[in-house]
Design a protein around this ligand. Structure first.
Ligand code: GLU
Length: 449
């Protein structure tokens, strides 16, 4: 069974880039009837906040991406300790004593010589006595994972295709700080193993982490004599950029709150983020199953996905125009029924605008000043108004015959007199909602000037 996970750090709100990753993991799991897990990466006790954890849950719920389970790294520290000890016993973890300044100097020297700034493994060469001396000086070690340089690291990436890394070109990553706290690499690997994650789908900024983690998966399988877990499938999606073609600040600050405030439907966000950066067309698809049917990592491009707020607005309008009454009923103004929703929804960019348009039905409305000619025409309209199945059509027909008017001179003064506006919903649908008595009153009032 496919198991995916979305693993945000609760150090801020989700932004549209994170939301996209969450959505794709949800889709990957749902498409195959698998599980989608939420993993809260809160090992950084200082920067993690409970209100962010709650906001992450609320945002996923608003988007309809509810997880099948939730885990928190802060509650799993004993697992990380055990894995660390196992790797240490297997000789895959070693203590290092360099200060940040020393490491920076090494980097500069390497770069100055035109070499990649790879950690030189000086700490690995220390003997017991040298290590003891460091500790006697009061230098607590941080810990590095020792990469196996013997074989290239290779995987078939679900989006990027065949990937190959020479481990000798990577630094042995620091996995634990001198104060005992964890960096991202080991907890994530332990969790992916223990939680039975079969597919890791994340941003391409994690590609080199994956190279390291693949070795760590294998090392843990060898070192922890538990069942063999194997290495999950990996896929790395191209990053999300603004439509201007840059990694924009805007993207980093745009999230569910902003969408909600602007009246964007979660379905519009989902429809857009499901398709941008893929070879499939962006369409106003509110039906999740339809989106799932087309979902396929093979359609994902390696070029950055472009997020365009204007496109989101267009998609939102199209989705609103197709929304059923039942889906919006509790957000509509008092008294607005299914016929009202159907008359008005083609005019909406956002559901929240329904109240403005509904006022054309309930009134009061304000008329423009009409010419004497138009006033006589509207008096005639009030007289000819004849209620039946299709009062608008009947009125227009009889006025055409009685006055010889057609086109704009026929329709515009009627619309203005009946709604106070010169554009808006289809009058054929609107007039029955206004009702006979009120329509006659409005026509008479307009004709009186
Ligand atoms: N907490 C990590 C991040 O937000 C998770 C990355 C991953 O998916 O493994 O970048």
């Amino acid at each position: 069974m496919t198991t995916t996970r979305f693993a945000p750090s609760p150090t801020g709100r989700l932004h549209v880039g994170n939301i996209r990753t969450a959505l794709h993991n949800w889709m990957l799991a749902r498409k195959s009837g698998g599980r989608f897990l939420l993993r809260i990466d809160d090992t950084d006790a200082e920067r993690s906040r409970e209100d962010y954890v709650e906001a992450i849950r609320a945002d996923l719920a608003w988007l309809g991406l509810e997880p099948d389970g939730e885990e928190r790294q802060s509650e799993r520290l004993t697992l990380y300790d055990a894995a660390f000890e196992a790797l240490r016993e297997a000789g895959r973890v070693y203590p290092a004593y360099e200060s940040a300044q020393e490491l920076e100097l090494k980097r500069k020297i390497a770069l100055g010589r035109g070499k990649p700034p790879i950690y030189d493994r000086a700490a690995l060469a220390l003997g017991d006595a040298e290590r003891a001396a460091k500790e006697a000086e009061g230098v607590a070690p941080h810990w590095r994972f020792k990469l196996d340089h013997d074989e290239p690291i290779a995987w078939q990436d679900g989006i990027r295709g065949a990937q190959k890394f020479d481990p000798a070109q990577l630094s042995d990553p620091v996995i634990r700080r001198a104060d005992g706290s964890w960096l991202y690499t080991l907890p994530s690997t332990v969790d992916d193993r223990e939680m039975g994650v079969t597919s890791v789908l994340r941003g391409e900024d994690h590609v080199s982490n994956t190279a390291v983690q693949i070795q760590m998966f294998t090392a843990l399988d060898a070192a922890q004599h538990s069942a063999q877990h194997g290495v999950p499938d990996f896929a790395h999606e191209a990053l999300l950029i603004g439509k201007e073609g840059k990694l924009s600040k805007r993207i980093g600050s745009l999230g569910c709150d902003a969408f909600r405030e602007r009246g964007i439907e979660p379905e519009a966000v989902v429809a857009l983020l499901a398709r941008i950066g893929t070879s499939l067309p962006v369409e106003p698809i509110a039906d999740r199953q339809l989106l799932l049917d087309g979902f396929d990592l093979a359609t994902f491009s390696r070029a950055p996905a472009k997020f365009d707020e204007a496109e989101l607005e267009r998609l939102n309008a199209a989705i609103v125009h197709a929304m059923d009454f039942a889906a919006v009923a509790d957000r509509l103004p008092e008294g607005m029924d299914e016929a009202g929703w159907h008359a008005i929804r083609p005019n909406l960019a956002h559901v929240g605008e329904a109240a403005e348009w509904w006022r054309l039905v309930t009134g009061p409305i304000e008329n423009p000043a009409f010419s004497p000619d138009d006033r006589a025409f509207l008096a005639e309209a009030a007289r000819l108004l004849n209620w039946g199945d299709d009062p608008w059509h009947a009125l227009a027909e009889s006025l055409k015959q009685a006055t010889g008017r057609k086109g704009k001179p026929l329709f515009l003064p009627l619309r203005q007199a009946l709604t106070g506006m010169d554009h808006g919903p289809d009058m054929r649908e609107l007039l029955p909602l206004i009702g006979e008595a009120e329509a006659r009153t409005r026509l008479e009032r307009a004709s009186a000037g």
